[in-house]
Ligand binder design. Structure first.
Ligand code: NDP
Length: 362
């Protein structure tokens, strides 16, 4: 691990800006399907080019080529962990300042109300800022999740270079994470109907959350998988695979059903015409069983790769525990929003789908 010298900070800055900059240029120029976002308050819809999956394939090809030809090794990312973390934080604060100044200026020019300073810094001043025709809120998921994948793969690169092979836990951990990131970008359009995209402005909270928080904190398990070389039993491997697959099915299935319903309210769900409350809220499929089963599924996925770290330390479990808190708070905030938006229909929906995340318990 390298310390915070000027030289390492310079190298980390070059790596960080190169990584984000190249992804931004790819976002702009790589072709991809164009989808319409949700109806906005002014009656318009924003068009999004969704090419993250192709960008991911390109990045994987470059990584594989670099590793195979020994042109570079991902273990460098691991060695530069601390300098990269510092640079990532500085980057998030610089972006926040820029979003703040630009958002308030645009709001003034458009005659829109200008929020409080702290509010606009933390939550952001603009809902959908873009730069050079690229929507920034959707773009930030690209370096965030690809950065997470790279950070995780760097643990595998270190193990390979020190042991000459990968342990079962490392392979399982990497497989779960890589499938999750691929699946995420394969269904990138699902993000268009998420709360962050439809309801949150883009400020420090989302910018810092995407970069650096996700790549650095969400890969915390990698440190422990790298350290723990205890073999895994066959039944442990099987149980973790089941937990991951069922969790992914729930997470992706619920998000997919809601997305399909928003795009086409009569598209069948589990082979039947969808049932709704007042033609607005879906109660078929997963959405009739629980109001936030997409959160439950994602938690199962997070637990599956965290358990790969073993029981040596509580530290990697901070990630799923953090998500439990985030999702509980988020579900509460989202339900307040839905209640304000749908009124009596929301109450009717809550009577039909009585539980949030765990049927008969919560
Ligand atoms: P949801 O995908 O549940 O979206 C909430 C919105 O969906 C509501 O505001 C409402 O918006 C609409 N909605 C809710 N219930 C219904 C219904 N029954 N029928 C029709 N529309 C409904 O939540 P999030 O946006 O918070 O999360 C999206 C995904 O992102 C989740 O799978 C979550 O796990 C994941 N996530 C992951 C995080 C991580 O750090 N790993 C962090 C945050 C989220 P509308 O106004 O459109 O009706």
């Amino acid at each position: 691990m390298q310390s915070l010298t000027v030289e390492n900070l310079g190298l980390a800055t070059a790596l960080w800006l190169g990584f984000v900059g190249v992804l931004f240029v790819l976002r702009k120029f790589v072709p991809g399907p164009v989808r319409q976002g949700q109806l906005l308050k002014d009656g318009t819809r924003k068009a999004y080019k969704l090419n993250a999956f192709y960008i991911l394939l390109l990045v994987c090809a470059v990584i594989a080529g670099g590793q195979a030809t020994h042109l570079f090794s991902l273990s460098t990312v691991h060695r530069l962990f601390w300098p990269l973390l510092v640079v990532g934080n500085v980057f998030a604060f610089v972006v926040t300042g820029w979003l703040f100044v630009r958002g308030r200026r645009i709001n003034r020019e458009r005659g829109l109300p200008v929020g409080g300073v702290l509010h606009d810094l933390f939550f952001g001043a603009e809902l959908n800022p873009d730069l050079w025709g690229v929507d920034l809120k959707m773009f930030f998921y690209v370096p965030s999740l690809i950065g997470l994948m790279v950070m995780n793969l760097s643990f595998a690169a270190v193990q390979w270079e020190t042991l000459g092979h990968l342990t079962t836990r490392m392979m399982l951990y990497q497989a779960f994470f890589t499938i999750y990131v691929f699946n995420y970008f394969q269904f990138e359009y699902g993000m268009l109907h998420t709360w962050d995209v439809i309801a949150e402005n883009f400020g420090w909270m989302l910018a810092w959350g995407d970069l650096p928080f996700v790549p650095f904190f969400y890969s915390i398990g990698g440190w422990f998988v790298l350290r723990n070389q205890e073999p895994m039993q066959g039944y442990e491997v099987a149980a973790l695979c089941v937990l991951f697959v069922v969790g992914l099915w729930l997470f992706r299935g619920a998000n997919e059903q809601k997305h399909r319903y928003k795009e086409n309210p009569s598209a069948p769900i589990w082979g039947k015409t969808p049932e709704t409350v007042g033609g607005k809220l879906l109660i078929s499929g997963f959405w009739g069983i629980g109001r936030k089963l997409n959160y439950t599924g994602e938690l199962m996925v997070y637990f599956s790769w965290t358990i790969c770290t073993g029981s040596e330390s509580i530290v990697p479990y901070l990630l799923p525990l953090w998500l439990v808190c985030l999702f509980s708070h988020r579900a509460w905030r989202d339900e307040q929003r839905c209640h304000a938006k749908y009124g009596a229909l929301w109450e009717q929906y809550c009577q039909r789908a009585r539980f949030r995340m765990i049927p008969f318990i919560y």
